[in-house]
Design a binder for this molecule. Structure first.
Ligand code: ASP
Ligand code: MG
Length: 418
């Protein structure tokens, strides 16, 4: 049995869905479980919609109409006007229709998950209908009944035992009947509310399903030929890795390589399931394979950029040294606010920390920290991480840039720059 994951870029328009059908048709000799993300930039658009709803913005309905129209245009190209898929899609959007009629009473993160999840619910309806239309027998599965999480909205923690049990109980029989199409990124709580697993979490979904079912492999189909040493949109002369070990892939994703979600690899490593990263435009090309004995061959250093970073410096209000007590209070507040630290450094009088900027969470955190600390911060920074660097390559990366923070170890060098 194979698990395939198709990300947003692979299903961003009608041509993408047609191409997905072609890729899938190459593998019909196997049982297939297909995990699909929201189409194109839908998740970003739904995030915008959530913000507009919660803040009572005037353009709420315009934002929503645009999201709907985008999906209707795609199905308009793929299906006849009387196809049941139009109703399926409309029924899926109804959840949002109802919600935005009322005032937003609930917690932001809760609302976010109920709204944003519609992206995957709709995309999978469309993909499933399209596969059936082309004669590939396919079944739509609501993943929220299988991936069980706690109610930590926007970053649901998977309850592994319960999840594995549910998956193993039902899904093998479905796979024996035909292709199964399901949502990436989503989970469900014990009260049947929707959770999400963190942005770009569809890879993680594929990994949860594959490891629970003992799949032969997972393939994520991308708009790049495999895992490259750097983002080809930002750097020229990138090279592709043919193989990587699980450990190297974990390190790369930990530092922010967006090609795979960081939580994806570990479950696959435990279950000894290889992960292939391949181009959806070139399914016959080998791509990159990540496996236990993957050979790490670094012809060029790995470069990982994380944009939209904040650098926050904290000092005690009474000018005392930064002590273990201060640090433990700071970490407690970061954990409570669900803000993950990307890099940190202590000095006598201050503690400096770099993390992803998320307005909602940042404001909450800053308020909490400001009760005990003086805080200074800079927005709009970039964190550059390079692994297996040479002194020359590191120097070239930072040339002409204002370096605000730097940390260098044998394998990995990190700088925060403006
Ligand atoms: N659609 C979600 C996101 O854009 C999940 C994913 O694409 O993996 O974050
Ligand atoms: Mg995506």
């Amino acid at each position: 049995m194979l698990v395939f994951k198709f990300g947003g870029a692979s299903v961003k328009d009608a041509a993408g869905i047609i191409n997905l059908g072609k890729v899938v048709s190459l593998y019909t000799d196997k049982q297939l479980l297909i995990v699909v993300s929201a189409m194109g930039k839908t998740t970003n658009a739904l995030e915008k919609l959530t913000k507009a709803y919660v803040s009572g913005a005037d353009d709420l309905h315009d934002i929503y109409e645009e999201i709907k129209q985008y999906h209707y245009n795609i199905i308009g190209e793929l299906f006849d006007a009387n196809d049941p898929v139009f109703n399926e899609v409309a029924n899926t959007f109804v959840e949002i229709d109802w919600m935005i009629e009322d005032e937003p009473h609930d917690d932001y993160d809760f609302i976010y998950d109920q709204v944003v999840s519609v992206g995957e619910l709709v995309s999978t309806r469309i993909v499933n209908a399209y596969l059936n239309k082309t004669g590939l027998k396919s079944q739509w599965l609501d993943v929220r009944g299988y991936i069980h999480t706690d109610n930590n909205y926007r970053e649901g923690t998977v309850q592994w035992d319960k999840t594995r049990e549910s998956i193993k109980k039902d899904i093998p029989a479905l796979l024996a009947k035909g292709i199964v199409v399901t949502q990436g990124f989503l989970g469900g709580t014990s009260e049947n509310f929707t959770t999400t697993l963190g942005r770009e979490g569809s890879d993680y979904t594929a990994s949860i399903l594959a490891s629970s079912l003992g799949a032969e492999s997972v393939t994520t189909w991308k708009d790049v030929p495999g895992i490259l040493n750097a983002d080809p949109k930002l750097f020229k002369d990138t090279v592709k890795f043919d193989e990587l070990s699980y450990t190297e892939a974990i390190e790369m994703t930990y530092y922010g390589a967006t090609v795979i979600h960081p939580k994806t690899i570990k479950p696959l490593q435990n279950a000894k399931i290889p992960l292939l990263v391949k181009a959806f435009t070139n399914p016959d090309a080998p791509g990159t394979i990540i496996k236990e004995d993957g050979r790490n061959h670094f012809e060029k250093p790995v470069i990982i950029l994380k944009q939209n970073q904040v650098l926050l410096s904290l000092s005690a209000k009474d000018y005392s040294f930064i002590s273990e007590d201060h640090l433990s209070e700071i970490f407690r507040l970061f954990a409570q606010s669900h803000v993950k630290i990307n890099m940190m450094q202590t000095s006598a009088l201050s503690f400096t920390v770099c993390f992803d900027f998320d307005e909602e969470r940042f404001n909450k955190l800053l308020k909490l920290l400001s009760e005990s600390f003086k805080a200074k911060y800079n927005h709009n920074l970039t964190l550059i991480t390079t692994r297996h660097y040479t002194p020359e390559s590191f120097k070239k990366l930072t040339e002409g840039k204002v370096v605000l923070l730097e940390q260098v170890s044998r394998n990995t060098a990190q700088v925060v720059v403006r």
